[in-house]
Design a protein around this ligand. Sequence first.
Ligand code: DC
Length: 230
Amino acid sequence: MTRQENERLQVAIDGPAGAGKSSLAKALAQRLGAVYVDTGAIYRAVGLSIARQGGDCRKPEDVLPRLPEIKLTLDFGSDGLQRMYLNGEDVTEAIRDNAVSAYASQVSAIPEVRAFLLEMQRQLAAEQSVVMDGRDIGTVVLPQAQVKIFLTASPEQRALRRWKELRAKGQEADLAVIQAEIIQRDYDDSHRAAAPLRRAEDAVEVDTSALNLEESLEALYAVVKERAGR
Ligand code: DC
């Protein structure tokens, strides 16, 4: 076995909300026989927990005292899909609520929250080959990843995709509101002081605005082949 085959594969995928990270990372992981780790789910679970307790996710004084009580667990079923547990409760569906997106973004701006979640993410990548998506995977969580991809798409395309997703789930959605929320969240995620969203210097940028899912997947797979030889 060559050194490369023997090594755990780390694929870091970062980018703004709605660029297609989760669908593509999931499909890519399946193709590579790796586990897909959705790190946004972890921030979402923290935000959900604080909001449920009546805390304001923007206020460190509300969030930090509650952190030690938050027990997060990820479970990867035989289908390779991630389930998120908050103090033993399966919150996989609950964290997808649109309101939770804002809570997640707010808690993620607090440096102590990021530090609290860092080791957990690194540990997941140490145990198995992973395709991990988030905002700071290539820059902070896995700076040694063999493959780094920065996935983007225009705000219009991203809003349209999220709108379709919500509609498919039977949730009420206003396209203009979603687009405004996406632009706001992009701004917040890329302007916060702690680990802002930015492309790692050695990341390959892939713009999926004009690509469908299959074409995007091929583009990502080509990057993996080039960078990691598999
Ligand atoms: O990927 P997502 O939309 O589920 O992420 C929710 C929020 O969590 C997002 O607004 C920013 C934050 N996040 C982060 O700061 N770092 C990560 N690695 C993943 C998500």
